[in-house]
Design a protein around this ligand. Structure first.
Ligand SMILES: Cc1cc2nc3c(=O)[nH]c(=O)nc-3n(C[C@H](O)[C@H](O)[C@H](O)COP(=O)(O)OP(=O)(O)OC[C@H]3O[C@@H](n4cnc5c(N)ncnc54)[C@H](O)[C@@H]3O)c2cc1C
Length: 506
């Protein structure tokens, strides 16, 4: 760890240490509204003087679009949005925040699903937007690394890697808006986790400004480094509660030479998992394997313009399979076709089709990616992003859906998504003609039931999306006490003033 301290920084850190002692008995400080507002005014004035109007945005019209979460369910307030363009500016802002005891809410593309980047409704925090930190500092095929600043959009990183014949192998539906800092801070997953893992596996190191204004520089991307606790790993998935991620070293793999995308019909989730294991025993090329129930496919075909069923006959369950190769001499389509032919003969699948071209491959993915949109068009839906041990997932989907549908007559429960990761989106749709207050009437009870079932199955109530604000209460209710105690101790040790994204995660 290295630190950059100017004179003012040393003063700020001395203040942090002094307050740490006086805070020993309580977790995080609370300030009255007028003290809060004076402190914010002082910070805004000081930051404006030192960093200028590009960094300190106070026009409500510029701030407004960033005050609500992606789904538009949670709304916050902030008097200013601080938008640094360099790590040094982030240091300056964090020191001022510590000095004036003003909490900061880091924000990237604001595509997170747990309202982690939405400021509190009482206006007690300022937004810290990392979107202007959008340089790719380096990209190297020899090191197999890219170093990207926190505000770099995922799609931009994909393009930069592609230009040197490499690939950053994590992708998801929000790739045109989400940022490297946000992906790192939520430990995002996506559709290629099966082969390459989540951000945790793909981040080689993190540069971050810690709550005392010091810089943790982990960008060297060392493959071997056993100097004790890994701060990089601690910051991944921390949801902005332990520091501000300013840049990330990301692992690259050789670019894809070709891909094959297939759609197959199977009898059940358990048949789907058997198919995946069968394929994996015969090829290492499978990197996407998404489960799609008939009911979800029907909704997409009904509501999403221009979509068509891939197979001639309806199947109870479907899987979208993607196989890739970096070897241009290999005919990956022929390989997948031959394997699916064998799987058909072996009775593992009922039907299958391979995309004839890239347009058709994209159309198959579009069906999968449109499920949530189609559900919203159908009516109110409760989304649960959950995981259980992979082998237990097929039974879990059936049993949990039956139990929820029995307890809440009329609702439709189903699971779709990343079956091979033991992670599905367990969605519960309101009964037809449900009144608009359905979320308020039944939502919490349904979610409690789903979360209880997941916990009883040894799973996680947040597989990919984090805790943020939306899962805070359920996390506190269901997490083992030891886990919560350890998280609190880490938070208290690194952020004793509670200035980093308060009210999120813990
Ligand atoms: C259409 C769509 C599809 C999605 N698909 C997937 C998927 O398949 N898998 C998956 O895992 N997720 C998925 N997501 C959600 C995913 O979490 C986000 O897309 C992404 O990880 C968040 O990046 P962001 O830049 O938008 O972060 P934001 O939403 O801005 O922030 C998310 C969290 O990170 C913190 N944060 C942001 N930047 C920083 C920083 N620089 N330093 C410290 N903390 C920071 C915030 O405070 C907040 O707690 C999807 C979202 C959408 C809208």
């Amino acid at each position: 760890m290295s630190a950059i301290f100017g004179r003012k920084g040393v003063e700020a850190i001395a203040a942090v240490v002094a307050v740490r002692a006086s805070n020993a008995k309580r977790h995080f400080p609370r300030y009255g509204p007028s003290a809060m507002s004076d402190a914010q005014s002082d910070l805004i004035a000081a930051a404006g003087g030192r960093l200028g109007p590009k960094v300190v945005v106070t026009d409500p019209a510029d701030i407004e679009p960033w005050l609500s979460d992606w789904r538009g369910r949670v709304h916050g307030q902030a008097r200013a949005m601080l938008a640094p363009s360099s790590t040094e500016e982030v240091v300056e802002i964090v020191r001022l925040a510590a000095e004036h005891r003003v909490p900061l809410v880091p924000q990237g593309g604001n595509t997170g699903m747990a309202a982690g980047a939405t400021p509190p409704a009482d206006g007690s925090a300022l937004l810290l937007s990392l979107r202007r930190m959008n340089r790719i500092r380096s990209v190297s095929a020899d090191n197999r690394l890219a170093i990207a600043e926190a505000g770099v959009i995922l799609a931009t990183l994909h393009d930069a890697a592609h230009e040197i014949g490499m690939r950053f192998p994590l992708t998801l539906g929000a790739r045109g808006s989400c940022t490297i800092g946000g992906l790192t801070s939520t430990n995002a997953g996506g559709t290629q986790v099966l082969r390459f893992g989540t951000m945790r596996a793909l981040v080689a190191g993190v540069e971050a400004v810690l709550p005392d204004g010091s810089i943790h520089d982990g960008l060297s991307g060392l493959k071997k480094d056993n100097r004790g606790y890994s701060l990089d790993q601690l910051l991944i998935g921390a949801e902005g509660t332990l520091g501000v991620v300013t840049a990330v070293a990301l692992r690259l793999v050789p670019a894809i030479a070709a891909r094959a995308v297939a759609w197959a019909g199977v009898g059940s989730p358990s048949d789907a998992l058997a198919l995946l294991r069968w394929l994996e025993a015969r090829t290492s090329a499978i990197e996407g394997f998404e489960l799609v129930p008939e009911d979800s496919l029907a909704l997409v075909l009904n509501h999403i313009h221009g979509t068509r069923p891939p197979l001639a006959n309806k199947q109870p369950w479907n899987v979208l399979i993607e196989a890739t190769t970096a070897d241009s001499a290999k005919d990956i389509s022929a390989e997948l076709e031959a394997l699916l032919g064998e799987a058909l003969k072996a009775g593992l699948i009922r039907d299958a089709v391979i995309a004839a071209n890239e347009g058709q491959a994209d159309a198959f993915w579009h069906l999968r990616d449109s499920i949530s949109e189609a559900e919203r068009a159908e009516g109110p839906t409760l989304a649960h992003d959950i995981s259980v041990p992979v082998a237990d997932m097929p039974d879990f989907i059936g049993a949990a859906a039956a139990q929820v549908e029995r307890a809440f007559p009329g609702v439709i429960a189903t699971g779709f998504g990343h079956l091979g990761d033991g992670n599905i989106h367990f969605h519960v749709r309101a009964a037809t003609h449900a009144s608009p207050d359905w979320y308020d009437r039944e939502g919490a009870a349904i979610t409690r039931m789903v979360d209880d079932l997941v916990t009883a199955a040894g799973g996680s109530i947040s597989a990919e999306h984090g805790i943020g604000q939306l899962k805070l209460a359920e996390f506190a209710r269901l997490a083992p006490p030891g886990r919560i105690h350890a998280l609190r101790a880490i938070k208290q040790a690194l952020d004793p003033l509670g200035i980093m994204n308060p009210g999120k995660l813990i």
